[in-house]
Ligand binder design. Structure first.
Ligand SMILES: NC(=O)C1=CN([C@@H]2O[C@H](COP(=O)(O)OP(=O)(O)OC[C@H]3O[C@@H](n4cnc5c(N)ncnc54)[C@H](OP(=O)(O)O)[C@@H]3O)[C@@H](O)[C@H]2O)C=CC1
Ligand SMILES: O=C(O)[C@@H]1CCC=N1
Length: 264
């Protein structure tokens, strides 16, 4: 598989690391305006780092666009004449609809809109995808690419903004929760390193428990909350302070913002 990542910044680089560690490509073009910081990736013989988007498009089949929303239009306009039947265009751009992509490069292209997250660098991204009419022929290929680096589901395009909040911004939300748990653990006597270890692995265990068992979270909570015990005491205090409510309200605020990014 010949893959190009157009825009190797925070997300693009995470995808590049995910592809490298899953042996997901035979050749990989990474583009960036100032490529110095990622030039060392050329130590992997199959990687080419360049500023030249046109060369990357010509030499690759799968094109993953990971630039900022305000940068995508110009890049598509500058490369559209090079697009052929072999290309699969995968956009990760927040708020940039398939319709807008089609208006620039035409409907007769395999277009996949995706929303991965930065955990793709360690093969653990939750990635949501959707496609245009022609992209239906390549959606299984796109799923296979993302499934090598985590878990993917196909959703309708109208849910893409919500998926961005839940899965892409979600990484930051969960990080803050892990950080807060770490701070609590330090206050309870662990040094910072141990505290983070306790927080991370407990978080990981909670998620794995749900994934493996298929249980509802409250079912698992019931197993932990001993009557009159310390867990329910702590949990109820967190809820009195608005734990669930603050998370939900934060997600709604994020969604409100993303709707504006989409419009502009
Ligand atoms: N960060 C995240 O967790 C997620 C981001 N997204 C979406 O992915 C996209 C990228 O986000 P993010 O990685 O955070 O952004 P960054 O700003 O970190 O990365 C954008 C990259 O695009 C490069 N770039 C800009 N213009 C060009 C150009 N003309 N040719 C080649 N490369 C170019 C920049 O290069 P240079 O640095 O040299 O200027 C930069 O490396 C956004 O649309 C975002 O909404 C989606 C899901 C998660
Ligand atoms: O914060 C943002 O706007 C982008 C989209 C999701 C993750 N980063």
């Amino acid at each position: 598989m010949k893959i190009a990542i157009i825009g190797t910044g925070n997300l693009g680089l995470s995808i590049a690391h995910g592809i490298l560690s899953s042996n997901g490509a035979t050749s990989m073009y990474l583009t960036k305006r100032s490529p110095g910081s990622i030039k060392e990736l050329e130590k992997y013989g199959m990687v080419t780092v360049t500023t030249d988007n046109r060369e990357a498009v010509q030499k690759s089949d799968i094109l993953i666009f990971a630039v900022q929303p305000g940068q995508i239009e110009g890049i598509l306009e500058n490369t559209r004449d090079l697009l052929t039947e072999k290309h699969v265009i995968i956009s990760t751009i927040t708020g940039f609809s398939i319709d807008r992509i089609e208006k620039i490069i035409g409907k007769d292209q395999h277009i996949i809109r995706s929303m991965p997250n930065t955990a793709i660098s360690v093969g653990k991204s939750m990635t949501c995808i959707c496609c245009n009419e022609k992209g239906k022929k390549r959606i299984d290929l796109a799923k296979a690419i993302f499934n090598r680096m985590g878990h993917s589901i196909e959703i309708s395009e109208e849910k893409m903004q919500a998926a961005t909040v839940i899965c892409a911004s979600g990484i930051a939300f969960w990080m803050r929760l892990i950080r807060a748990t770490t701070q609590g653990a330090i206050q309870l006597g662990f040094d910072a390193k141990e505290a983070q270890e306790l927080a991370m692995y407990t978080c990981n265990g909670a998620a794995e428990l749900l994934i493996e068992s298929g249980s509802h979270p409250e079912e698992e909570i019931d197993r932990v909350t001993t009557p009159k015990g310390c867990t329910i005491q702590g949990l109820n205090e967190m809820e009195h302070q608005g734990l669930s409510s603050s998370l939900i309200r934060g997600m709604m605020a994020s969604y409100e913002k993303i709707s504006h990014i989409g419009k502009n």
